[in-house]
Design a protein around this ligand. Structure first.
Ligand SMILES: CC(=O)SCCNC(=O)CCNC(=O)[C@H](O)C(C)(C)COP(=O)(O)OP(=O)(O)OC[C@H]1O[C@@H](n2cnc3c(N)ncnc32)[C@H](O)[C@@H]1OP(=O)(O)O
Ligand SMILES: CC(C)C(=O)C(=O)O
Length: 558
């Protein structure tokens, strides 16, 4: 064998210079078929038991799947019994078709027909491997040999359907397994032969499923294979073209999407991409990719956390934190510039009244998949000013003025560094509380009175009160100004606090109704020339401002 990468045979490209698919777009949902209970299940360390399969089956029905591959009932007694349970105990809604997989082998096909007896709607899905490699190493036969396996299987299926005594509505699916490793003209030929053997027509089409059983090529090549197949199949009108991508190269969804552009009408996959090896194509990702392009995927993804819980419990698989749409971190922005842009996007959405989702870095509204805004922004030492401000506003209703963001963000970053980890919103609020609301108070107002007076057409505000310094000494305050802040400033100047300069002020309500309170953000210049913020909260807006001034001074002198 050749060493290293040289031992691998490059994938043979398909000659399709006039390919049409790159000009197409996805404009409608395909027919979906979940293969969670078969391809997903066969790949689990511990396959699902009866209760788990039933729960999963119902979850799939609730999402809106109309075609569900429930298993391989001829493979084992367990699989057979699960199929019987579904049918005999009326688990299958009338508008849902169960699909059962079987190798194109006589005894297995016969057993499969027994297993589905009494079901209302059934797709019998039969397959055999057709790839160059499987013909060479597994079946040790030529193309005629594998065509014979498929055609014999089709004939038997037709015969058993004709002989079937019951009301079942049968449809059929044939997979040239390892399609993408099969020469395109051979794939076309075997499928045409199966269509002929089954007598499929435009009214009674065969689902021709073209699996990327092992993903061995780039998604564009799979799309070429699908387009070639659709253009060359003699009995195209008697076929529904279905795809079944796997994810060996990590491109399962991309391959599936390009295959849709290339003419596929039906898609087989699993929730969250469970399945053999690196998994099947992830239907959640593909469906939500459509959703984010304004296309109705015709599946309900509105409660992904619930689906995730069922999925993880039944399969014992774990979802990666970065898994599209459902991973724990996918609606989280840690870095400052992302947080800032999300923050601005949220504001823009609120203020502009736009009908569209226009938030940078968030391709989907988390609420559309049952997730919340709350964890969108998380705070760590890489976070910028915008993130902390966003959480303060979004989670706690404090709309910190923009000029205050750098000061607060520094306090937050220091806390992250001290703890060596990110902060949850509650801890962020504690930083705010500790630094502004519960700050050690050198100066405390023990009484205060603020009133207005009008004299000769001029309005004045008076501040009178008493202030304790360092807990004991009490001084009287009295000042007049053109507003409460000015009056207070003039009052404290008289007791020696004359080196602070007022810079900015903003205020908003933080609660509603009779217990409504105002929060004031006051920015002062300290004697050393640096600025500092203070916060005051009170049911009286004037008192809130005065308390804000005092808080800034207390912080400056701590
Ligand atoms: C890509 C996919 O995911 S396809 C689905 C795969 N899923 C499963 O296989 C899960 C369930 N399968 C099983 O439990 C078993 O494989 C069964 C019960 C179906 C069959 O089991 P067994 O008959 O013991 O054989 P096994 O599956 O190991 O097949 C090997 C033999 O079947 C032959 N074979 C496989 N498919 C076919 C076919 N369609 N027609 C004829 N022979 C076939 C193989 O060449 C091999 O023959 P050999 O023993 O002469 O070398
Ligand atoms: C049976 C077929 C469709 C399959 O599972 C595959 O090729 O991956």
């Amino acid at each position: 064998m050749k060493p290293s990468f040289e031992k691998y045979i490059p994938f043979k490209q398909i000659n399709l210079p006039d390919r049409q698919w790159p000009n197409n777009t996805i404009t409608k949902a395909p027919i979906w078929c979940s293969v969670d209970l078969r391809d997903g299940n066969q790949a689990l360390v511990d396959p699902m038991n009866l209760e788990e399969k039933l729960e999963f089956f119902h979850a799939l029905c609730d999402m809106g799947f109309k075609e569900i591959e429930i298993g391989f009932p001829s493979a084992s007694e367990t699989e057979y019994e699960i199929c019987r349970e579904l049918i005999e105990n009326n688990h299958i809604p009338d508008d849902v078709t169960i699909q059962v997989l079987v190798q194109a082998r006589e005894h297995l096909i016969r057993k499969t027909f027994e297993a589905v007896k009494g079901a209302k709607n059934v797709i019998v899905h039969f397959y055999n491997s057709t790839s160059t490699l499987q013909r060479k190493v597994v079946f040790k036969t030529d193309m005629d040999g594998v065509i014979k396996i498929a055609v014999d299987g089709a004939k038997l299926i037709k015969q058993l359907t004709d002989e079937y005594d019951g009301d079942t509505n049968f449809r059929f699916e044939y997979s040239p397994e390892s399609f993408s490793g099969t020469e395109p003209e051979n794939a076309v030929e075997i499928c045409d032969r199966v269509i002929e053997a089954l007598g499929s027509t435009a009214e009674n089409k065969l689902i021709v499923n073209l699996p990327n059983t092992v993903e061995m090529c780039t998604p564009n090549t799979y799309a070429d294979q699908i387009e070639y197949f659709a253009r060359n199949l003699k009995h195209r009108d008697a076929a529904i073209i279905s795809i079944h991508p796997h994810n060996d190269r990590g491109c399962g969804v991309a391959a599936g999407e390009l295959a849709l552009l290339a003419g596929a009408e039906r898609v087989e996959g699993t929730l969250f991409g469970n399945g053999e090896r690196t998994g099947n194509m992830d239907i959640v990702t593909m469906g939500l990719n459509m959703f984010t392009q304004g296309v109705d995927p015709k599946l309900d993804f509105s409660n992904l956390p619930k689906l995730r819980e069922i999925y993880e419990r039944c399969t014992n698989m774990k979802i990666d934190p970065r898994q599209p749409y459902i991973g724990e971190l996918v609606f989280t922005a840690f870095s400052g510039s992302h947080q800032d842009a999300i923050n601005k996007g949220m504001k823009y959405m609120k203020e502009s009244g736009t009908d569209y989702w226009e938030i940078p870095y968030l391709p989907i509204d988390p609420a559309d998949v049952g997730r919340e805004y709350e964890p969108i922004i998380r705070i760590n030492s890489q976070s910028g000013k915008g993130g902390a401000a966003f959480v303060m506003n979004n989670n706690f209703g404090y709309d910190l003025p923009k000029r205050m963001h750098p000061e607060f963000s520094k306090l937050v970053q220091a806390k992250c560094e001290e703890l060596g980890r990110e902060l949850i919103p509650k801890e962020l609020f504690e930083v705010f509380e500790k630094n502004y609301l519960e700050h050690k108070q050198k100066y405390v107002l023990s009484s205060r009175k603020i009133y207005e007076e009008s004299e000769n057409g001029n309005d004045y505000v008076h501040f009178k009160g008493k202030m304790k310094i360092n807990g004991n000494e009490e001084v009287s305050l009295s000042g007049v100004g053109n507003g409460p802040i000015d009056a207070f400033f003039n009052a404290i100047k008289k007791v020696g606090l004359d080196k602070y300069e007022f810079i900015s002020y903003s205020q908003h309500a933080i609660s509603q109704g009779s217990d409504s309170k105002a929060v004031s953000y006051i920015e002062l210049k300290k004697p050393d020339g640096k600025n500092i913020f203070g916060i005051g909260i009170d049911s009286n807006v004037n008192v809130a401002s005065v308390l804000g001034v005092l808080n800034a001074i207390n912080r400056a002198e701590a």
